[in-house]
Design a protein around this ligand. Structure first.
Ligand SMILES: Nc1nc2c(c(=O)[nH]1)N[C@H]1C(S)=C(S)[C@@H](COP(=O)(O)O)O[C@H]1N2
Ligand SMILES: [Mo]
Length: 384
């Protein structure tokens, strides 16, 4: 028997062919493109002061883009595994001895390393975030965003280098490969077509098992969906009042919402808020983690409240929570959201008083806004 490391030929299999890796790669590329574009939207929606304001319409926009983002990432997991399996034997190809060929070879390997490491990093951190598991010290959002650009750059380079191979492979049948012996009979066992079918099936299963986080009729089959429809008023809860350590101040009889505007300050009890004209809107909570749910919110239209305290339109607001610590305790609400007729200071959900975990005594709810910015347990609104 021959000794030493296996060679590229040892690991060769009729399944490890451009016919397979090109097709899986094409779908993987589509998933990453969708995840990248929807990720840019999510990043834009969370910028505190974007040059171009994030639009308030369509009201369900962020629900769709963020649902797509997490779905594309989930679908990519089986695709990436099969893709890596279908090409890893090429790592064992002998490098050229010297000269430009060697330089080119090393440059290509470096870009592949960046692509693979970046892609694995994005899927692992994205899935961990979607399950609310943060086993790292860095900021998820800025790191996931930065690595996305690295992956897209490496991916474009990879596609450019491989384009001739991919085009040729996609133009032939699945069972035709120039390296196959002439007149070859397909080997027994799994065929290339079978492998591709299993891959699509794996990808579809991954999507079905998680998409129920945002698609109501899939809720029953989505056993992997982290947040289900449970929660008061049919809306899940992210961060309970206990976790945010706001139970006592939220239930205190002395609670007042303070609205400040220049040196004017008005404070209102929940009863006084309920005594103002009430509005009702149908708006979703769409979490960056991918789950979303629509709710029928009732309360005071924010613009009406601002008029009540004599605050002019066209101003952005700073919205503070009773919560003392945590990144979501305070947000900036741009003027076009503050003045939008769908933006409420919600006091109720689904015909019931707002549950403590949904932000009692009052919470912000605005159209097309990432869930992280829909501040709960609001205690102070400052007109800027
Ligand atoms: N004060 C405060 N508001 C908050 C949060 C928080 O942790 N603290 N979490 C945000 C996140 S990430 C989401 S998705 C929504 C969830 O709202 P819900 O629990 O009512 O569904 O609230 C947002 N508002
Ligand atoms: Mo969220």
């Amino acid at each position: 028997m021959r000794r030493g490391l296996p060679t590229q030929e040892d690991l060769g299999s009729h399944l490890r062919a451009p016919a397979v890796s090109s097709r899986v790669g094409l779908w993987l590329g589509i998933c990453f493109a969708v995840a990248f574009l929807t990720g840019l939207v999510s990043h834009w929606g969370q910028l505190p002061d974007p040059v171009i304001g994030f639009p308030a319409r369509p009201r369900w926009g962020y629900r769709v883009t963020q649902g797509l983002h997490v779905t594309a990432g989930t679908a990519a997991v089986p695709l990436l595994l099969v893709k890596l399996w279908s090409v890893y034997h090429r790592l064992l190809a002998r490098p050229p001895r010297a000269g430009w060929a060697l330089v080119r070879h090393l440059a290509e390997r470096a870009s592949i390393l960046a692509l693979v490491a970046g892609a694995v990093f994005q899927l692992v951190t994205g899935l961990a975030n979607a399950t609310q598991w943060y086993p790292w010290a860095f900021s998820f959002r800025s790191t996931h965003y930065a690595v996305a650009w690295l992956v897209v750059g490496a991916l474009l380079l990879h596609v450019a280098v491989q384009l001739p191979t991919v085009r040729a492979a996609l133009g032939r049948g699945v069972d035709v490969d120039p390296r196959d012996a002439p007149g070859r009979r397909p080997p027994a066992g799994l065929s290339r077509r079978g492998l591709l079918r299993s891959t699509w099936l794996g990808s579809e299963a991954a999507v079905l098992l998680t998409a129920g986080g945002s698609v109501p009729w899939l809720r029953e089959v989505s056993v992997f969906a982290v947040t289900t429809g449970e929660g008061p008023g049919g809306v899940p809860v992210n961060t309970t009042a206990r976790e945010a350590q706001v139970v006592a101040p939220a239930l205190a009889t002395g609670f007042r919402l303070v609205v400040s505007h220049g040196d004017r300050e008005v404070s209102l009890t929940r009863e006084e808020l309920l005594a103002l004209p009430q509005d009702e809107v149908e708006l979703p909570i769409a979490c960056v983690e991918g789950w979303s749910a629509s709710g029928r919110w009732s309360g005071v239209r924010l613009r009406r409240l601002l008029d009540h305290v004599g605050a002019p339109p066209g101003r952005s607001l700073r919205v503070d929570s009773l919560q003392e610590r945590g990144p979501f305790r305070s947000t900036v609400l741009p003027a076009h959201f503050a003045d939008d007729e769908l933006t409420l200071l919600a006091l109720g959900l689904a015909g019931e008083p707002l549950a403590l975990d949904h932000g009692y005594p009052c919470r912000l709810i605005a159209p097309n806004r990432p869930g992280v910015l829909q501040t709960k347990w609001v205690s102070r609104i400052e007109v800027r």
